[in-house]
Ligand binder design. Sequence first.
Ligand code: HMG
Length: 386
Amino acid sequence: MTIGIDKIAFYTPNYVLDLVTLAKARGDEPDKYTIGIGQNRQTVVPNFEDVVTMGANAAIKIITADDREKIDLIIFATESGIDNSKSSALYMQTLLELSEFVRTIELKQACYAGTYGLMQARDYVATHPGRRVLVVASDIARYGLSTSGEVTQGAGAIAMIVSEAPKIVSINTDSVYMSRNASDFWRPVDRQEALVDGHLSTDIYKEMFLTLWQRYQLKTNQQLNDFAGFAFHLPYTKMGKKALDQIINEATLAHQQKLTHHLKASQKFNREVGNLYTGSVYLSLLSLLSYATDLKSGDKLAIFSYGSGAEAELYSVTLQNGFENHVPAKMTQQLLLKRQLVSVNQYETMFKSQLYDSHININSNAVKDTKLFQFLGWHNGERVYR
Ligand code: HMG
């Protein structure tokens, strides 16, 4: 049975900060942000959006009546969850009006959890032919004002429906993975901003990629020339280049050019949004499928998923017949184009306006006249959504 990603959609809030403007405000060289880090803009999150609203706003774009009948499991991957007990999948199930006869679960392991969710979804469909799984990866990457991580902030959600006979890619059973307890990035439960050793995290990412690439080759006998492209977890787009540079010489010269061209395609959306933790590698996949117009069915793509702390997985997907008709390239481009640019002052105000205190009954700045799901505020310790 062929199993994989049947549908995919992306959502990010409507506000965006230009990083040249931010660099100037922070007294940094703009080229450091746009070339050294490789980011152009980052999404700014208003206080009426969170991982639940972003996840639901992504998923609603792809769920049909048929999916509603066939989805048995909702997997919600996040490291910026809104409750220490209740799963974000439950809130989302309500907003999306999905059946009560489903399993709902939230997964956490930094940016890696979305990939684990996808693997669980594939295994579920393998043992339940005809059934489907909704996998959502939704996060807000938040480091703090004027920190070195600030330039790598961002937010958004990816929703995917996993089924048999998928329309976009099949997920191959060739994964290699590893876990190692490392102190490169973490967020204690009483903090809203991540603690990070940025340079250590970059080194561990590179090392785990190289280790897994070598392990993958031993396991599968595949060579770099067998892959039409890579989708990397992209905390910032330069990270993908740093990883690929370690192995690119293994390809023929012509193939090196192709991989470099496709790496650029895989970075385009991420450049405009910033890090979205769990969803980042799948936004990169969506970007690659949207911009690499020479890809064809049967091509194999490698996916490298990394989550600090640290855990990583490398596996491949195969493009399905007619995949290009099911990639929401235009819809995603339009979503990014129509965002409202904010000044550094507006960004800082929004950054400080998040409603983290559940003890106070308070309304968010939710806007009227929108069809989007929103967080309305706290009422008696409960989060209220519309
Ligand atoms: P930094 O110390 O501010 O920057 O931190 P830098 O001094 O290292 O400079 C960055 C790059 O810009 C360097 O290039 C400079 O040479 C270049 P590199 O040597 O790396 O190729 N540069 C310039 N280029 C052109 N013109 C100029 C110029 N000036 C400098 N004028 C850092 C950067 C990414 C470390 C920081 O932003 C950070 O800590 N970010 C957060 C952590 C992170 O993103 N880590 C990535 C790997 S870990 C991961 O992916 C997991 C994660 O997503 C979390 C999770 O799993 O949940 C983060």
